[in-house]
Design a protein around this ligand. Structure first.
Ligand code: AMP
Ligand code: ZN
Ligand code: ZN
Length: 460
């Protein structure tokens, strides 16, 4: 009897402990990694064996339609908020706020004011009770909504990828005293730096830069395997934008069109932001006919599809250069051989997305997705209620193993195939019955004629 009671007690305790374990474990940890400036077609143009191995075990989205403007800070903030730039307020790498009269620059970016129109996922998940980490992700060392991620580093480009990964995996693992983080974001500067320096068309230089990026992906995978995290966490590997080839033959000089006294320049290329100092309509009229490869917009006329109008920090006039064109004030000096920031409809501006882990499908590939759709997917994976956002979970949920989704091209192919077969059968059936109809009465007619012939003498 006593034995029974002890056994029952032990069973009860074990059951309770395992229940608690499951409750404590909750959703699987999620790691979001960005390789800055990884243009989608690099994956086709360069070998990248580690990245290919990674996505072959999970999901590949060949092209991610990112947000305008296709710059680093705006797009990284969209990835972790699911918002277009006009809604999260991180509108460019250089900004001016007409209310506070403050200036933002990529090298001077830690004033919370610029980031506080939105809430990044590392803060939302933290508020929800999880520990989070953000390693050099734009905005991660800024106090947003009075919080930073549980773990973060101040931005320092000389911290190696290995050091970054080492810290992130330690944070994800946790220890006896501290729970592991549920959400971690990790940023790396390449291949953006090489893309600017050599241009994306320089196959030799980009081949070398992308070999290093791929080695880093290999390092990330082996570190996750070594620590036992591989297979126990969900991983998203992506980027903020692509890269276009620029050239000194494609320069647009503002001084050729109007005197610099007419405006204050807030941002320059490939999207220039101007505050007119004289009659705005007159300044606009000059800029409108300035160059065939540059489009000038008054703020109110910026196309809806760019989602780049409804924010105080968008200046009264913006100029958008065509792909590969560079706006300068004057002179013949090309600042960079590669650039981005252009229209987000351009394939050269698009990055990719690879996803691997227990929650993702294996060997699945789709051609495109909106980058704002990643945020609701991440919230879903973490079971965190999403903040208001511009993304749609229904667009990205097909990446998940638990979802049964129709492959749209396959379904269209099947429907067209079935329709073709049915049409062929119908046509064939009609043709045959028509032939039978034609060949049927003929012998009867001939018989009639023969009968007539026989009748002739009677008629006479
Ligand atoms: P861009 O290519 O102009 O959009 O900016 C990308 C560059 O911004 C990268 O090459 C980094 O060197 C730099 N960068 C990235 N994150 C930060 C940060 N948190 N603070 C300052 N600079 C950064
Ligand atoms: Zn970037
Ligand atoms: Zn860049």
């Amino acid at each position: 009897m006593l034995l029974k009671i002890v056994l029952g007690f032990l069973c009860g305790v074990t059951a309770l402990a395992s229940q608690n374990d499951t409750a404590q474990q909750g959703p699987l940890p999620l790691l979001l990694v960005s390789f800055d400036g990884f243009r989608a077609d690099y994956l086709k143009r360069f070998p990248m064996p580690n990245l290919k191995l990674l996505h072959s075990q999970g999901v590949l989205v060949e092209q991610l339609t990112n947000v305008f403007i296709t710059k680093t800070f705006p797009n990284h903030y969209s990835l972790v908020t699911g918002l277009y730039t006009e809604s999260h307020g991180m509108l460019a790498n250089n900004m001016y706020d007409p209310i506070s009269h403050k200036h933002f620059h990529i090298g001077n970016n830690t004033d919370p004011m610029w980031w506080s129109e939105a809430q990044p996922l590392w803060v939302t998940a933290l508020r929800y009770g999880y520990k989070t980490a953000a390693m050099m992700w734009p905005g991660s060392d800024v106090i947003i909504g009075n919080r930073t991620a549980t773990h973060f580093f101040h931005y320092n480009p000389s911290v190696t990828f290995q050091q970054r990964v080492g810290n992130v995996t330690n944070w994800m693992l946790g220890n006896e005293t501290e729970q592991g983080v549920k959400f971690a974001a990790l940023y790396w500067e390449e291949p953006d730096r090489s893309g600017h320096m050599y241009g994306p068309d320089n196959a030799t230089a980009m081949g070398k830069a992308l070999k290093e990026v791929d080695d880093n992906i290999g390092l990330l995978m082996s570190e996750l395997k070594r620590t036992g995290l591989w297979g126990r966490v969900n991983i998203l590997v992506t980027s903020d934008h692509g890269m276009a080839q620029c050239s000194a033959e494609r320069l647009i000089r503002l001084d050729d069109c109007l005197h610099p006294d007419n405006y204050t320049l807030v941002d320059l290329t490939p999207v220039a932001a101007l505050i007119p100092l004289k009659d705005p309509e007159a300044v606009f009229a000059l800029l409108k006919k300035c160059h065939p490869h540059m489009t000038a917009y008054l703020k109110r006329a910026i196309p809806d599809r760019l989602h780049y109008r409804n924010n105080e920090r968008i200046q009264p006039i913006i100029l958008i250069a065509d792909e590969g064109w560079t706006i300068v004030r004057r002179g013949n000096k090309l600042p960079r051989l590669g650039d981005h920031g252009y229209d987000n409809a351009l394939p050269s501006m698009h990055p990719f997305l690879a996803a691997v882990g227990p929650s993702f499908r294996r060997g699945y590939r789709i051609s495109s997705l909106q980058s704002v759709d990643i945020y609701p997917l991440m919230c879903h994976l973490l079971s965190v209620p999403p903040q208001p956002n511009n993304g749609t979970l229904n667009h990205s949920r097909c990446l998940l193993a638990a979802e049964t989704c129709w492959d749209v091209p396959l379904v269209i192919g099947l429907v067209v195939g079935v329709l073709l077969v049915l049409t062929t059968i119908t046509v064939l059936f009609r043709f045959l019955s028509h032939r039978r109809h034609l060949s049927g009465p003929r012998p009867f007619q001939r018989l009639q004629i023969e009968d007539d012939d026989d009748d002739d003498p009677l008629l006479q």
